[in-house]
Design a protein around this ligand. Structure first.
Ligand code: SF4
Length: 484
């Protein structure tokens, strides 16, 4: 079995050596064995859901490595398997349940294997999961990751372990995430946690708790050290980044202020963010984006529906008109900005007229791309408690199909407009289909493929677009001197 010590573990073994003369041989042997037992243990994290969950998995990896555990990318080598889960749709939970069936077969082969569930599904179902899924040894909600080493010890002493307490102030600000699954170019930085918007269909406020912002200094420091270690793009994450606010010594930093500070680290560090809420998208933020070349010109602004009646029913706190007003503001301050969105088809009481309003809003905005879903009722939400899920499945499916078809047309038109334009592209790696092509993204967050040149991954190049599909732009290098 391979054996790797991290810095803390190595120091501990050194201390054991120093104090050897005062300890009996047997006790040293026992301590050493315990230390090695932890250090030998390998963990594997499987992550589902949103970028926030991927960012959380990096925090979990950091906490475990600090305790002497070692990460592995091979499931078969793992002593501990953690599944970081998503609850946003029933389909996501069913997928995870199926995955647990597979974990049972692993546990039959290795009865000492520890299987833990993290994230939103763990928080939502708590002890019910331990009863329903015997394969699980451990449950930890999104605010309990610092407690994982103790929970693992509890499991090793023969108990099932659970912590799903939500916190008012946990932001893991002092934890340096381990970028264990990174391309070395782009990284996520979590800037806030929780949500208090209580959209009628959404489970997030119940499983991720109250909204809290992370210390501005720790965010800027993390972005700076990522740049120093070669990263060229950071994506700032939160459920509603526009409401970020940090007050210290009487000085308030808004989200626009935070962006400005990170933009000042180095012009070669690109900044993206997700997700914005239309009710909080300020002109101040748009002006800041326009003023800094390295703040990417892409906004993901979930609309969910084009009908003011449905938006009110969803408790989204804006109308169709207000949403269109924010779109006009984006076009005014940042004409080259791409705009993407989320849309739900078939929410409770949605009429044919409401659905048509969604289609007409899509046509009006001309979204560059969209994430589109049919409504799926989630337990404990306002909609589940107070409304009827009364749009028949076949109607939901047909409306979703119409929305997807329209978006494909809009994405095609959007990409067609980019032909002959020249974009600055950050090279992120090779195309999935061919190592003869580099893959990167432009400021508008569109994937751009172009033939491999003498450039390196992590560099910027100017690419002229020559053709496209509805998902990708394809071009050739125009100049490659934009890395200074
Ligand atoms: S803003 Fe609404 S949809 Fe987004 S996480 Fe909060 S409650 Fe859910």
């Amino acid at each position: 079995m391979t054996f790797k010590l991290n810095g803390d573990s190595a120091l501990f073994l050194e201390l054991i050596t120093v104090y050897l003369c005062t300890l009996s041989f047997e006790s040293v042997k026992t301590e050493k064995a315990n230390e090695q037992a932890v250090s030998n243990k390998k963990f594997f994290i499987e992550t589902y859901g949103c970028q926030m969950n991927f960012s959380d998995s990096e925090i979990v990896a950091s906490i475990l490595e600090k305790e002497g555990f070692t990460g592995t990318k091979e499931l078969k080598d793992a002593d501990l398997i953690f599944i970081n889960t998503c609850s946003i749709r029933d389909h996501a939970e069913q997928r995870i349940r199926k995955r647990l069936d597979f974990m049972k077969s692993l546990k039959r082969k290795n009865p000492n294997l520890v299987v833990g569930m993290l994230g939103c599904m763990a928080e939502r179902l708590k002890t019910q999961l331990l009863e329903e899924e015997q394969v699980l040894d451990l449950i930890a909600g999104p605010d309990s990751y610092r407690d994982l080493p103790k929970l693992i010890t509890d499991v090793e002493s023969g108990h099932k372990a659970i912590n799903t307490i939500l916190s008012l102030d946990e932001t893991y600000a002092d934890v340096s995430p381990v970028r264990y699954d990174s391309n070395g170019i782009s990284a996520f930085i979590s800037i806030m946690r929780g949500c208090e918007n209580y959209c009628a269909y959404c489970v997030v406020p119940y499983v991720r708790g109250q909204e809290r912002s992370r210390d501005v200094t720790s965010i800027v420091k993390e972005a700076g050290s990522l740049f120093q270690s070669g990263f060229r793009e950071v994506t700032l994450l939160g459920q509603n980044v526009n409401s970020y606010e940090w007050i210290e010594g009487g000085v308030k930093t808004s989200f626009a202020g935070l962006l400005e500070k990170i933009a000042g680290i180095n012009p070669l560090l690109r900044i993206r963010f997700a997700t914005s809420h239309p009710k909080d998208l300020s002109d101040e933020l748009l002006k800041t984006m326009a003023d800094h070349q390295n703040i990417c010109k892409a906004i993901h602004l979930p609309v969910q529906s084009g009908s003011s009646f449905i938006l009110d029913h969803m408790n989204r706190k804006y109308t169709r008109e207000k949403y269109l007003d924010r779109i006009a503001a984006i076009r005014h301050y940042i004409p080259e900005c791409s705009i993407s969105t989320d849309i739900i088809a078939g929410f409770c009481d949605e009429s044919e007229e409401d659905h048509k309003e969604t289609l007409s809003l899509m046509e009006q905005v001309e979204f560059d791309y969209a994430f589109m879903f049919r409504y799926s009722e989630r337990p404990d939400t306002l909609a589940a408690e107070q409304y009827q899920d009364n749009v028949p499945d076949e109607v939901k499916d047909r409306r979703l199909r119409e929305i997807i078809d329209l978006q494909q047309k809009l994405s095609w038109q959007s990409n067609k407009k980019d032909v002959s334009k020249i974009f600055e592209v950050l090279i992120e790696g090779y195309s999935k289909r061919s190592r003869d092509y580099f893959s990167g993204r432009n400021s508008q967050n569109k994937v751009v493929l172009f033939p491999v040149t003498g450039n390196k991954i992590g560099e910027y190049v100017r690419v002229k677009i020559i053709r496209f599909t509805s998902a990708t732009l394809i071009g050739e290098v125009h100049e490659d001197d934009c890395n200074k």
